[in-house]
Design a protein around this ligand. Structure first.
Ligand code: HEC
Ligand code: HEC
Length: 358
């Protein structure tokens, strides 16, 4: 840690120019910025604190900057901000697919994931936005010359970057600028923590579930009913996903995006495999699956019930694939969906700390 500080301090001296617009005294403060005050709900007790690398610890200053960037079309030339596709009222997704034909993943408890994107191929949250900032990227159509020019004439960004990272964002090289933008965005995304759905309140003893919701949870948990919990977690797993990749039986044959992690690894064993998405806030995040093929939870449950497709890489946990699925009757389907809706967190989608800053 000491070496890191020494390295960072010398970096500040090397990279700051004589005509730097900020008072000299701020240089000394840098390195003792304020850690972000995380509070963790009791229901997360089985989970360690969120992963955050030593080199991009979450700070009050970094989160302020990241939140502003997340909502600001300044990073793109097509009018999009991150929030154009990742909107708070839908748990940070929108009811659409992206321009690459992929569904838009919600941003929920991302700091606890071990891989990012539908295939989980991006290992570190702190670098996910680098792809968005690449010249001409289809999501933002970023143009790095214009980002630099806009920062240069912006009333607050130079100061916010200075406070968060001790970097002169206008003078910084292109890779450095992209890096700090991405770091700040990751710091903000690490604060998108959902823990107050009805099911969380139930686990804390604050509310009770209806009989349909309870029946739905039992179907979810039962090996010979829904059998969902192996991949999507249970009451002891507040993330509602297992952090692993599976082929859950969407296709009998594969091409393009449907090839899943094979497109990243080149290994035929990975054909059709995707990272299990969280079921938190699932009521708000339609359309479903990596390509948004299902518009409603009813369609999803029909798929698991009778629509499973066999293929060589089908997950062994899809035990009833030979009969098309878990064969729920209409009442059981409705109960399963009633349970899934207890995972909706209205506090999260209205949390002022996560909304667009003034
Ligand atoms: C035009 C829509 C669009 C915009 C704008 C956009 N994204 Fe995304 N985002 C997507 C799509 C689509 C994916 C899924 C990509 C994939 O897996 O192939 C995604 C995936 C992600 C993920 C991975 C989430 C997970 O669950 O693993 C993160 C993090 C993310 N985006 C952050 C951002 C940030 C930060 C910005 C702004 C710099 C941004 N996005 C702008 C559409 C968008
Ligand atoms: C073998 C592991 C596995 C089992 C068992 C399983 N799922 Fe999934 N589930 C996945 C994977 C993997 C995906 C993502 C697939 C994709 O996008 O191609 C997924 C996607 C979903 C989605 C869409 C998520 C989103 O954000 O688009 C829902 C909803 C869902 N599953 C519900 C269920 C329910 C309900 C059950 C039980 C009836 C179940 N799953 C059983 C692995 C599983």
């Amino acid at each position: 840690m000491r070496y890191l500080v020494v390295f960072l301090v010398s970096f500040v001296f090397i990279s700051c120019r004589k005509d730097h617009p900020f008072p000299e005294s701020e240089h000394e403060d840098w390195g003792v910025y304020n850690p972000h005050p995380y509070t963790f709900p009791t229901t997360f007790k089985n989970f360690p604190s969120p992963a955050q690398p030593d080199w991009n610890q979450t700070t009050v200053e970094g989160v302020i900057l990241g939140r502003k960037l997340y909502y600001d079309p300044i990073l793109g030339t097509n009018g999009n901000s991150c929030s154009a596709c990742h909107q708070q009222q839908n748990a940070f997704t929108i009811a659409a697919t992206g321009p690459n034909g992929m569904g838009i993943p919600a941003h929920i408890n991302l700091a606890w994931n071990s891989g990012y994107g539908w295939t989980g191929a991006a290992p570190v949250l702190d670098s996910v936005a680098l792809a968005d900032l690449a010249e001409g990227n289809i999501f933002l159509n970023a143009n790095n010359d214009s980002i630099q020019a806009r920062f240069a004439r912006h009333p607050v960004y130079p100061e916010l970057f200075w406070k968060a990272f001790g970097v002169d964002i206008v003078a910084a090289s292109l890779p450095e600028r992209q890096k700090y933008i991405s770091y700040a965005l990751a710091q903000f995304m690490r604060t998108q923590i959902s823990y107050n759905a009805k099911f969380d309140q139930y686990l804390r003893g604050e509310v009770s579930l209806s009989s349909d919701e309870t029946a739905g949870y039992n179907i979810f948990m039962s090996e010979n009913k829904g059998d969902c919990f192996h991949c999507h977690g249970d009451a002891t797993n507040p993330m509602w996903r297992d952090n692993l990749r599976h082929n859950n039986g969407l296709n009998a044959s594969f091409s393009g995006n449907d090839l899943g992690y094979f497109n990243n690894s080149g290994n035929p064993d990975d054909i059709g495999k995707f990272r299990t998405p969280t079921l938190r806030n699932i009521e708000l995040t339609a359309p479903y699956m990596h390509d948004g093929r299902f518009a409603t939870l009813e369609e999803v449950v029909d798929f698991y019930s009778t629509g499973l497709q066999h293929s060589p890489t089908i997950d062994p946990l899809m035990k009833k694939v030979d009969v098309g699925g878990v064969q729920l009757n209409p009442a059981e389907k409705a109960q399963l969906i009633a349970f899934l809706k207890t995972l909706t967190d209205y506090t999260f989608i209205s949390d002022p700390a996560l909304s667009e800053p003034e």
